[in-house]
Design a protein around this ligand. Structure first.
Ligand SMILES: [Zn+2]
Length: 163
């Protein structure tokens, strides 16, 4: 094992953390994990590497854990319970809610401050009560999550569009 030459940063909940690359010839696949204030990338060989897949796998795992926690935190504000949720990659939306009460969230939310994650969680939970973005929907969003406009600005989301 030895450390890397270039310095890279990975975002986690709105803050950059340095990524350290460790060479470990006993492993076959690149893995990435976050340990306190750093990201550790274990790599089987030296030279050019593509960490895209490993980084995405890390964010998907981390977002599943965090979003489950945030859903548990906000769910008591709603009479209707969500049934299940999944972490998505290919879609262009930050989140969604269907008529089966299944919610989806994009793993890239993990790059943004917690406020933005919470806003999307609350937005989708509000769809359990109101499927459209009508006045009653936004009233409920504002009641449960008063800082929603600030969070939307962070995500570059518009009120007129879906997430
Ligand atoms: Zn929506």
């Amino acid at each position: 094992m030895e450390d890397q030459k270039r310095k890279m940063y990975c975002y986690y909940l709105g803050k950059p953390y340095p990524l350290y690359i460790l060479i470990d010839s006993s492993i076959k696949k690149i893995t990435i994990e976050k340990k306190e204030d750093t990201f550790i990338c274990r790599c089987p060989h030296e030279g050019e590497i593509d960490i895209t897949d490993a980084l995405q796998a890390y964010y998907i795992k981390a977002s599943r854990k965090l979003i489950e926690e945030r859903l548990r935190f906000y769910q008591p504000n709603f009479k209707v319970k969500y049934k299940s949720f999944s972490i998505e990659n290919s879609q262009t939306k930050w989140g969604s809610c269907n008529s089966n009460r299944h919610l989806t969230f994009h793993w890239k939310l993990m790059l943004f401050p917690l406020k933005a994650v919470d806003y999307v969680v609350v937005h989708e939970l509000c769809h359990l009560m109101h499927m459209n973005h009508d006045r009653s929907f936004w009233r409920l969003v504002g009641k449960v999550f008063p800082e929603y406009k600030e969070a939307m600005a962070i995500l570059g989301a518009e009120k007129t569009r879906d997430m």
